[in-house]
Design a protein around this ligand. Structure first.
Ligand SMILES: NC(=O)C1=CN([C@@H]2O[C@H](COP(=O)(O)OP(=O)(O)OC[C@H]3O[C@@H](n4cnc5c(N)ncnc54)[C@H](O)[C@@H]3O)[C@@H](O)[C@H]2O)C=CC1
Ligand SMILES: CC(=O)C(=O)O
Ligand SMILES: [Mg+2]
Length: 474
């Protein structure tokens, strides 16, 4: 069974052992008896008396690390020199670096790339600032901005701890869609300050991807930046997630033979992602949507501390259903979890309508684990990489930004998001579609390509594209 953090841990043990006291067979047995699976052995040094080996050991459960390590430490004649963890090794020094596109091999190159030649480029942009889109990295570069306040489902862990996620997003932008992305983690959670910092750095970028900023501040930050900047500003946890959920739901409903308009949808966790997901589903035809947060169903007439929830209540829960998640889940066709781990109980799933659809999307630990829910649901999806049907915003943001950068869009409209959702859904053909395959793999190269094309077409239709398809080389 997968671990709570989604992947088994792999560690490398560097051991020195005295062949006269212990043989390798005893070491291998100790590792395997304590839960380790040896996958590679490298001999590092051999002398007549002592051998040093690097032993790569897979662990199904990261909690087994201490047990596995002490199993060999306890053996007579064995000295543990070092333990390293593959996931930590992949993060050493960060996951991205900068490469120059133009080599500087001589003084002539130097005087073009840098002074004095560069001055002509500066003045060309000074005379026509729109040329920054062609003569600087703005053309292909996005800022991934976080304040570390809602990192995955880990909560407010701060800007330094948010960096590995933002670096990961940057890797995905590049690998999936060729977009250069810079992780920028801010040491402030003040709305005014974030708005003013992002506005100040915007000249270097062709788009702003806001990430893991908690609700309700994320709504105001995004709205103000959208109004004040002339490049697209996109809060990934809201809209990237909403787009991918809509894509997955369109396909899941085909599997169960239901229509959006006829379904009761329960969305649990009306934060950044839950709010945007609810909005896109309502815009796509869902009539009966109930939002649930910690204190239960959100109902019209109640006065909530956040204005966004008061507005949400006006447009949802038409039958004014009240109560906890366990109460309102009765008879629901679709559950969408964007809250936290273990929130949905198996008894709740059993009381849903026939052929229930459960999207348990909290990361890294979903609202219910698939192995528990699967016997009782028709379609199951999570945000994780280690189960089928991974609904993750990585299916949206690379292609979305590829599209907006290519057509130099000034903003991302609702129609561009809907176009992206339909493009993602269309990658799964009717012949391929089944309960275990409602959404394409994140490694499917068609996804970013189809999304970017659909986004460009919708941007042109909406009149927000500043460059036509024919002038894309300029
Ligand atoms: N699979 C994917 O692509 C994505 C998954 N997510 C996941 O969705 C979750 C929420 O993310 P955000 O909306 O960005 O966070 P957020 O902090 O803006 O919203 C979370 C909401 O869930 C509510 N909540 C927490 N525990 C709850 C409980 N026990 N019952 C009911 N409501 C509860 C909170 O009160 C809050 O309103 C996180 O776990 C995140 O990892 C978010 C974005 C994308
Ligand atoms: C996937 C993602 O963006 C999140 O869980 O926050
Ligand atoms: Mg996120």
């Amino acid at each position: 069974m997968p671990t709570p953090f989604g992947i088994g841990t792999s560690i490398i043990l560097r051991l020195q052992y005295d062949q006269g006291v212990v043989n390798f067979g005893a070491i291998a047995s100790a590792l395997s008896d304590s839960g380790g699976d040896i996958v590679a052995i490298d001999t590092n040094r051999v002398s007549p008396a002592k051998t040093v080996r690097d032993i790569t050991v897979n662990l199904n459960d990261p909690h087994d690390v201490n047990r596995v390590v002490s199993s060999v430490q306890q053996l007579p004649g064995v000295k543990l020199i070092n333990v390293s963890d593959q996931t930590f090794l992949m993060h050493l020094g960060g996951k991205i670096e900068m490469h120059p596109k133009v080599p500087i091999k001589n003084r002539d190159d130097l005087s073009r790339v840098y002074t004095p030649g560069v001055a002509r480029i500066c003045m060309a942009i000074h005379e026509d600032p729109s040329r920054a889109h062609t003569l600087t990295i703005k053309r292909n570069t996005v800022a991934v901005v976080s304040d570390g306040s809602a990192v995955l489902g880990l909560g407010n862990i701060g800007p330094e701890a948010a960096m590995p996620v933002m670096e990961g997003k940057a890797v995905l932008f590049k690998q999936m869609a060729g977009v250069d992305a810079f992780p920028i983690c801010l040491n402030t959670q003040d709305t005014d300050e974030i708005v003013s910092i992002v506005k100040a750095i915007a000249p270097s970028f062709g788009g702003i991807n806001l990430e893991d900023i908690s609700a309700p501040r994320c709504f105001e930050i995004e709205e103000r930046l959208q109004k004040e900047l002339d490049i697209p500003v996109f809060h990934d946890d809201q809209h990237g997630t909403a787009v991918v959920i809509l894509a997955a739901l369109l396909n899941a409903l085909k599997v169960v033979g239901k229509k959006l308009e006829q379904c009761r949808v329960v969305v649990c966790g009306i934060g950044a992602a839950g709010m945007a997901c609810s909005k896109i589903l309502l815009a796509s035809g869902v009539k009966d949507l109930i939002g649930v947060d910690r204190q239960g169903a959100i109902v019209r007439g109640h006065v909530y501390p956040h204005q966004v929830w008061n507005e949400f209540a006006e447009h949802t829960n038409p039958f004014m259903v009240r109560g906890s998640l366990s109460e309102v889940i009765e008879g629901a066709d679709v559950f969408i979890g964007l809250s936290g781990p273990g929130v949905l109980k198996i008894e709740d799933v059993k009381r849903m309508a026939a052929d229930p659809i459960v999207f348990a999307m909290a990361n890294p630990n979903p609202e219910i684990m698939p192995e528990e829910a699967e016997p009782y649901v028709r379609v199951m999806a999570t945000g994780r990489s280690d189960y089928p049907n991974q609904i993750n915003n990585v299916l949206c943001f690379p292609g979305m930004f590829r599209g907006v950068l290519d057509c130099r869009a000034s903003q991302i409209t609702e129609t561009m998001k809907l176009a992206a959702a339909h493009a993602i859904a269309s990658v799964v053909s009717d012949e391929e579609l089944n309960a275990q395959y409602i959404i394409p793999s994140v490694f499917n190269h068609q996804v970013a390509d189809k999304v970017s094309k659909a986004v460009i077409a919708a941007a042109c239709d909406a009149g927000v594209a500043r460059r036509s398809r024919d002038s894309r080389d300029n």
